[in-house]
Design a protein. Structure first.
Length: 111
């Protein structure tokens, strides 16, 4: 099975680049697993963001999250990436991921 390309929405690529070295490497390794059609080591579905949206969880000197959708055949779309500083995911991060997911679905309908 060939690797699916990763497409970065908004500033998601820059946000991952801002992670410290180890969490950034781990997030990259987990995205490679998704590209190969496998599940990340630590993840959970995010139905509150959108159908088929998942969250990679990286715990290394903090809590880091990568929200993505892999259900489309052409690519894996990274919707958002951030460092989680509280037990509950901030509403602003969820809203941003929802907005990007809605825009992605709209864009795909128009193609």
């Amino acid at each position: 099975m060939p690797f699916k390309p990763v497409k970065w929405l908004g500033d998601s690529r820059d946000r991952i680049r801002d992670f410290p070295d180890e969490p950034r490497r781990e997030a990259g390794c987990q995205l490679e697993r998704v590209q190969a059609g496998k599940d990340p080591a630590d993840w959970k579905p995010m139905p509150s963001v959108g159908l088929g949206v998942n969250e990679i969880r990286v715990r290394d000197g903090g809590a880091f999250r990568v929200i993505y959708v892999a259900k489309f055949s052409e690519a894996i779309y990274v919707l958002h990436a951030f460092q989680k500083k509280a037990r509950k995911t901030p509403k602003s991060d969820l809203e941003l991921a929802r907005k990007r997911f809605r825009e992605l679905v709209q864009e795909r309908k128009q193609q």
